[in-house]
Ligand binder design. Structure first.
Ligand code: PMP
Ligand code: GLN
Length: 389
């Protein structure tokens, strides 16, 4: 800023006084600064499928470069509706109940903006993905925290029952769960059904890791349960599924009355989403076998990662899904998790995320998160360093 400019800092009343820069940006920047292997921010270091990239090129050259329809390109909405029907037996109307969004972040934000009135309470589960709280607070909502606790981070449904009040407008859930890798079970879904029955509570179900569920477990989408689906915004992201986090294309599904409200907000938050990507994804989604391949890919990486660390001083926590592995490092250091990951990045050349960043008060349980969505060579390099500690 020019020295001669007056400062208006004194007149700013922050809407988000407690919020700084997201930990994902902070740690990726630190990794870059120290040329560390970046296992912090969740993104693959390998490229998207070549066929998808050439479809993008093809559609850009075919002139799909103007505004897409506000709700999304019809062929993509059709492909999404067909997918959730095939996988979860869910039926969504292509015209009225499917909307393409600029990433899951925007879909989550929009669902909250559309539904939450000032003073409404929204229950989230800590550790919680960092965008949820600020989205709620920006609408004047009150964030209410339920706790997922170590070591298995399973929901405590009796606690959730105690947290529900007449002001509870929404519950935001996330399975498979970032950062803990916990996957909710059919029993969890039954507990949720019992809790919301006879209430007006709306659900936002963040299912961006839906295809990364390992071993014999099954992804418990709210879409499998009509009693949940009827009150849910379901969010998933192509970023995770096709190794294209930088495209920022995702989607939201909801029954028509809920989706009508969602679209009222969506049209003024982003209006519409990058058109050529939508056409490319619509074509690519027709390809069979992708989801099984993706699961096998990440399950293999999880196994390699865990196998290597099992001989180290890190204590592995369970990982049933996602592309994240959480570990305790108490046998290596008694530092706080933030200090530990910063030193790990600087001195050992491996970056990770301190899980305290997923708690509103920064609760520190001595747990850090590694992202294993990396090439074999990257993982090998990181693991070589980690097992020496
Ligand atoms: N929800 C969760 C649980 C996530 O981990 C992420 C991103 N990794 C998002 C939402 C946001 O996804 P997108 O990049 O599509 O905005
Ligand atoms: N969701 C990714 C993660 O958990 C990061 C997304 C972001 O950087 N905002 O690491």
């Amino acid at each position: 800023m020019l020295n001669s400019m007056p400062s208006y800092a004194h007149s700013i009343t922050s809407r988000l006084p407690q919020v700084g820069t997201t930990i994902f940006s902070v740690m990726s920047a630190l990794a870059q600064q120290h040329q560390a292997v970046n296992l912090s921010q969740g993104f693959p270091d390998f490229d998207a499928p070549a066929e998808l990239l050439s479809l993008l090129d093809q559609h850009a050259k075919a002139g799909h470069n103007q505004y897409a329809p506000m709700t999304g390109v019809p062929a993509l909405r059709e492909a999404i509706a067909a997918k959730v029907n095939a996988l979860y037996g869910a039926q969504y109307d292509v015209e009225a109940e499917v909307t393409v969004t600029a990433g899951a972040t925007q879909a989550l934000f929009t669902a909250v903006a559309a539904m939450v009135h000032p003073g409404d309470e929204v229950i989230v589960f800590t550790p919680v993905y960092d965008s949820y709280g600020p989205s709620i607070e920006l609408q004047g909502g009150k964030v209410v925290y339920a706790h997922l606790t170590l070591p298995d981070y399973k929901p405590d449904w009796d606690e959730v029952a105690r947290l529900i009040t007449p002001r509870t407008r929404m519950i935001m859930l996330n399975t498979p769960h970032n950062p803990t890798g916990t996957v909710w079970t059919a029993e969890d879904m039954q507990r949720l059904i019992a809790l919301v029955r006879d209430t007006d509570i709306v659900l936002v179900s963040d299912e961006v890791y839906e295809h990364m569920v390992f071993d014999q477990a099954r992804h418990e989408s709210v879409m499998r349960y009509p009693e949940l689906a009827e009150r849910s915004f379901v969010v998933s992201s192509f970023g995770k599924t096709y190794h294209i986090t930088g495209w920022k294309v995702a989607y939201c599904l909801a029954p028509r009355e809920l989706m009508a409200e969602f679209r009222k907000a969506h049209q003024f938050i982003v209006f519409t989403v990058h058109a050529p990507s939508q056409y490319a994804l619509a074509d690519f989604m027709k390809r069979p076998g992708w989801y099984e391949q993706l699961k096998a890919l990440y399950q293999g990486k999880r196994d390699i990662f865990r196998q290597a660390l099992s001989g180290s001083r890190f204590e592995l926590l369970p990982c049933q899904g996602t592309y994240f592995q959480c570990v305790k490092y108490g046998a290596i250091s008694d530092e706080g998790d933030r200090a530990f990951v910063e030193r790990l990045t600087r001195e050992q050349g491996v970056a990770a995320i301190p899980v305290s960043a997923f708690y509103p008060q920064g609760d520190d349980h001595g747990v850090i998160r590694f992202c294993f969505a990396k090439s074999a060579a990257t993982l090998e390099k990181a693991l070589e360093r980690l097992i020496k500690l």
